[in-house]
Write a protein that binds this ligand. Sequence first.
Ligand code: OKP
Ligand code: ZN
Length: 338
Amino acid sequence: MKTQVFVPEHHSKHQPSEDLSDGTPPFPHPEIPQRIDAIVMALKALPDLEFLTESGLAKDEVRQLHDADYVDFLMAITAQLGSNAQYIPSIFHDDMSDAPLRFQGGMYCNEIGTPIGLGSIPAALNSAAAALSAARYIQQTHKDTIVLCRPPGHHAGRRRYGGYCFFNNAYLASKWLAQEGRCCPVLDIDYHLGDGSIEFAGPKTPYFSLHADPWKNYPYLDARAKADRPHTHLAILERDTGIAQYLEHLSLALEALTDYTPDFTVLSLGLDTLISDHIQDAPIKIAQEDFYDIGARIATAIKTPVLIVLEGGYDVSHLGTAMAQFWEGFRHSRLALQ
Ligand code: OKP
Ligand code: ZN
């Protein structure tokens, strides 16, 4: 039986042109449609994968995780955009509900690197729908599944977008899989701390993350302020961390995760830990072939079906190889254990 790969059909409608986070001049936006094309192309060269196109929009479902006024704002601002316009908030306060609509984004976002174009929210709703389809599939079949979410989701909080994310794909899936008393942790191995995901950690949906120091890297916040939360396990990867040290951190996270006796697991898979990914401010040393060992280690330690959800990864010329290496390591490890 083949492994299903869910691919959102509308992701390429989200085409942020530039990222203003580093000031002027802006740099070309790294979260581009070619990311998915590169990964799909590399996976198509591997055996036993079947690709399924997701065309739905999770308009109602995102409201189970995100606040209604937040979702309403994203829909309303989209309705006001022209075909080439991109919306970025300019003024930031906690409550701007009485401000004109075009300023209200400042209470739902705290950075300027995530422009909203006409197709951005449809793409994000499609990405969320793909995550939920994959969740339903894994629930029915108990088979490991891949979903190539774009835009990513782990920086999206209950009422906050940013860090290239709008809806939290991983936690939409995790919360759905954790229904009726089941347990579905999220293991996040994106380079960045999922400051959105952390908001959704709970006894049945604990959050485990390996990430670069979030004080020195996006989202540039004090990790200590986040560290003491229940059902949250955070490990910081120091600059220059190589694969041996990385795997030690990973094993500790996997042990803690296993202690929850999960029924399903969501893996927030970011490929931006790759050494050549320019998104890193405190670079670590994970090579393409190391993804094989990372995939193998995860498949060996986690006995539940795993829903692999794509998060970041911006080195388009090496993304495909990294993903293929990860999947080969994961798959071979599963086969060896059968
Ligand atoms: C999203 B994901 C650094 C700019 C960083 C935001 C990065 C968002 C990463 N020069 N801008 O976690 O991969
Ligand atoms: Zn990332």
